[in-house]
Design a protein around this ligand. Structure first.
Ligand SMILES: [Zn+2]
Length: 562
């Protein structure tokens, strides 16, 4: 009894101590328009941060009481918008290559010739030349580019130029020859060698699995291993810089990446975005057991470098006409797209990985591919039992209307990229016809069906800038701001919703909604301040909006004024 009284009095003393010695903040933001994404407290003026977490959210007056003179850093937001840091749920993140030939948004294919010629001039014979992000629908003639565009200027270098979707690549004759790809070659399952309809010769375009046929083994590497390593390291630093300047405080890599490189960045205090890194989906139990070890090391309880979900591809893309559809393509009735796996194999992998407790995310673009994914996840529930698995459907682009309710029913996360909508709308109707577009990028319908929507960019297929995604989600118009109401305007979202599915949504997809994605006491202090008020500016200003501050884990990692 005596012991109990003593410990009780200690507890009482501790409580009164902490109340008396009111905890002060390390960093506060005052005079802001804080959109918290917290249902219970949607709008506030100020935030107090202690260590890596949010200490309190409230009025400027209340939060000012947590400022310790001389030790608390104060940001006066002067009325600017303050929101949770952006969390990009689907990226292909990695070191940037300063030699990569950037072909994004080009409208004249002759630019390809010019840029390759310029790069060849700086490159030794035999060295690989890489570039891409072209979209042939943006060319005046909308025709696929061919090897003739590059052959003349690159007789002695392998040239590989990816389409923006990464599902096709343009190669020169040098590559075709080294890879042994001729008129008589056959593409592997899930791939296509594009051919001249008259001569049957390869045009230089290789699609999906046919890209695995590329062999450039004897290409000369002119950099020493040390130089190569340094170049990669600089590439990581460039990528990190890009993310923090765009306010992207969390990234979820689709597929694998180099865990150790990110650990080195972290150890040196240079990791400025949290990162989840996944691995390829497999049905091989011994590999899955290795993943388990990785998952222990990069635990879901952590908040910086974490093991993510297991990724597979069900199909290709609409742009490359390789997305798997139930019916043939409207503009090319000879194909219904390509399956990357026979359904039975895909299902087997899903069942095995699900049984071992992994989260799975499968790339699905065509209506049939999406149907397959839902079938496989449904089967997993039937066979292995229902659990909080949060399996993901990466892209969720074309849906049969009858499949929409299944996302809510099965708890499958549509992990979608709003910018794909405004890039692909250029050719979607041409490819699949008006009727099949009704279930395309169906954000509003998915929400109405109770799905947990999650946004990202698919960087580097699209730019990493979240402002482009927000613009796309609220307008469904091309980047030039075309006339009218936007493409299937009934599927548009409000700006507040778009921000939510770019912050709290992705946190849910990584089982972190209890500590990330809202501006709320106890949550990780990942916060951005924008230079204009996204909630009130006209649509044509959204993509011009810049980040003024990026805060990750309570630390200011970017300040536009510095
Ligand atoms: Zn992707």
């Amino acid at each position: 009894m005596k012991n109990i009284i003593i410990s009780l009095s200690i507890i009482i003393m501790t409580i009164s101590c902490s109340v008396n010695k009111k905890e002060k903040a390390d960093l506060v933001i005052i005079n802001g328009k804080v959109l918290t994404i917290d249902k219970e407290n949607p709008i506030a003026e100020a935030i107090a941060i202690k260590g890596e977490k949010i200490l309190a959210v409230g009025t400027t007056q209340k939060i000012s009481g947590l400022i310790a003179k001389g030790s608390t850093e104060v940001i006066d937001a002067s009325g600017r918008l303050v929101i949770p840091g952006f969390n990009d749920a689907h990226v292909h993140f990695g070191p940037l290559d300063p030699d990569y030939i950037e072909l994004r948004y080009i409208t004249n294919p002759s630019v390809i010739t010019e840029k390759v010629a310029a790069q060849v001039a700086k490159t030794r014979p035999g060295q690989v030349i890489r570039g891409g992000h072209w979209v042939h629908e943006l060319f005046a003639d909308k025709k696929w580019p061919s090897k003739e565009l590059v052959d003349k200027v690159s007789p002695e270098n392998p040239v590989l130029l990816e389409r923006a979707d990464g599902h096709s690549v343009l190669v020169n004759s040098y590559v075709l020859k080294r890879s042994g790809i001729t008129k008589d070659s056959r593409a592997p399952f899930g791939g296509e060698i594009q051919r001249d309809p008259v001569t049957g010769e390869p045009t230089g375009i290789l699609k999906d699995a046919a890209m695995d046929m590329i062999k450039i083994g004897d290409a000369t590497i002119t950099r020493s291993p040390e130089e190569e390593k340094e170049k990669t390291w600089q590439g990581y630093l460039l990528a990190m810089k890009e993310a923090r300047e765009l306010g992207v405080t969390s990234i979820q890599n689709a597929g694998g990446a180099d865990f150790e490189a990110y650990e080195t960045l972290q150890n040196q205090g240079l990791l400025t975005s949290r990162i989840d890194i996944g691995a390829p989906l497999t049905g091989d139990t011994s590999v899955l057991l290795q993943y388990k070890e990785k998952e222990k090391k990069y635990s879901k309880d952590g908040s910086w470098i974490r093991f993510g979900y297991l990724k597979a591809f069900a199909d290709g893309s609409i742009g490359s006409s390789t997305a798997l559809m139930f019916e043939p393509y409207t503009d090319n009735p000879s194909t219904s797209g390509l399956a990357m796996w026979p359904y039975e194999e895909l299902e087997k992998m899903v069942l095995t990985a699900d049984k071992m407790g992994f989260q799975i995310g499968i790339h699905a673009i065509g209506d049939k591919a999406n149907n397959w994914i839902l079938n496989a996840y449904e089967k997993a529930i039937k066979v292995n039992g229902k659990r909080d698995s949060r399996h993901r459907d990466e892209h969720t682009q074309t849906l049969q209307l009858s499949d929409i309710p299944r996302f809510g029913q099965l708890g499958v996360i549509p992990s979608m990229q709003p910018t794909h909508c405004i890039s692909d709308k250029l050719f979607y109707e041409k490819r699949v016809g008006y009727d099949r577009c009704k279930g395309t990028y169906a954000w509003r319908s998915l929400l109405n069906a109770g799905a947990q929507l999650v946004f990202g960019t698919d960087y580097q297929v699209e730019p990493l800038n979240p402002m482009e995604g927000l613009y796309a989600a609220v307008t469904r118009k091309d980047r030039l701001g075309e006339e009218g109401d936007g493409w299937f305007p009934e599927q548009k979202l409000t700006m507040e919703e778009a921000i939510k599915y770019y912050t709290l949504g992705p946190a849910y997809a990584q089982f972190m909604e209890d500590r990330k994605g809202m501006i709320k006491a106890g949550y990780l202090a990942d916060i951005v301040i924008t230079d204009s008020d996204l909630l009130t500016i006209p649509a044509d200003q959204i993509m011009k909006t810049k980040i003024d501050y990026t805060i990750v884990g309570g630390k200011i990692v970017y300040n536009s004024m510095e």
